[in-house]
Design a binder for this molecule. Structure first.
Ligand SMILES: Nc1ncnc2c1ncn2[C@@H]1O[C@H](COP(=O)(O)OP(=O)(O)OP(=O)(O)O)[C@@H](O)[C@H]1O
Length: 246
């Protein structure tokens, strides 16, 4: 079954065309790395799939039109730079919002258990009772990942989840994602600026307001696709898979 079918999707902000005519078929269980320059519409694409921005075109998820999907099918890790760290709350409480989709002013014991177990799954149990304002960027990413995983989503959407994460934390992150995918068969879409991670994905989407290339890394991460998306490769020569640089 297809996890995701996007047909002729466009998102306009007033006169500005953030996405134009995006079509995509993502098989269930795929790990898709989304790459493209700043402002390419990568975050906007994830938000459209989540129904968070108005769009033209069609999005089907696991065979159903977006309007008929269950919000609990989705897990979402937003870009953490958009998060207000002064918000007075504990990690555990943020994770529990993944259960209720609203702020849990008081947690039931079962919710606490679920949140602790989600934190344990991503190796962050020790952060449970720490205020969000005292977490490092990488720690906050882990807490968000636990929040996204708490309802065992079938589609996981990650917006630059490795930002601010050190190299060891990054390896851990990919290990957790791989383990979750293996046990659940979930589909993962991950925006990344990390070429190495893209090389390890099952599919790569190269985009710049429209789809430039989509397919296995060896077909999508070619010099031609990257040049088309980024305009020029700057110092990135040798990062693409075409031309024997893999
Ligand atoms: N709510 C909005 N209103 C107006 N313009 C917006 C809005 N959201 C995004 N944009 C614009 O749409 C374009 C695409 O933004 P988006 O955040 O999707 O890009 P991105 O590829 O994720 O970029 P980055 O790699 O820098 O995170 C940008 O030019 C941005 O300024």
């Amino acid at each position: 079954m297809l996890a995701l079918e996007v047909q002729d999707l466009s998102v306009h902000f007033g006169e500005f065309r953030a996405l134009e005519g995006v079509s995509l078929k993502v098989p269930e269980g795929a790990f898709v790395a989304i790459v493209g320059p700043n402002g390419a519409g990568k975050s906007t694409l994830l938000k459209a799939i989540l129904g968070l921005v108005p769009f033209r075109g069609e999005v089907r998820v696991l065979g159903r039109p977006l309007a008929e999907t269950d919000p609990l099918w989705f897990g979402y890790v937003p870009q953490i730079k958009t998060f207000d760290r002064s918000f007075p709350a504990l990690s555990l409480e943020l994770v529990a919002t993944g259960l209720r989709r609203r702020w849990p002013f008081r947690l039931f014991p079962w919710e606490k258990e679920e949140a602790l177990s989600a934190l344990r799954r991503v190796g962050a149990e020790a952060l449970a009772f720490r205020p969000l304002g005292r977490l490092s960027g990488g720690q906050l990413q882990r807490v968000y990942l636990a929040r996204a995983l708490i309802r065992r989503p079938r589609i996981l959407l990650l917006d630059e989840p490795a930002t601010g994460v050190d190299r060891v934390g990054e390896v851990d992150l990919y290990r957790y994602l791989e383990a979750y995918q293996e046990e659940s068969g979930a589909t993962v879409l991950m925006i990344t600026h990390d070429w190495e991670a893209a090389h390890h994905a099952s599919h790569v989407l190269v985009m710049n307001r429209k789809v430039v290339g989509f397919g296995p890394p060896e077909r999508a991460l070619t010099e031609e696709c990257l040049r088309q998306a980024f305009g020029h490769l700057g110092h990135a020569h040798g990062l693409y898979l075409g031309g024997g640089h893999a």
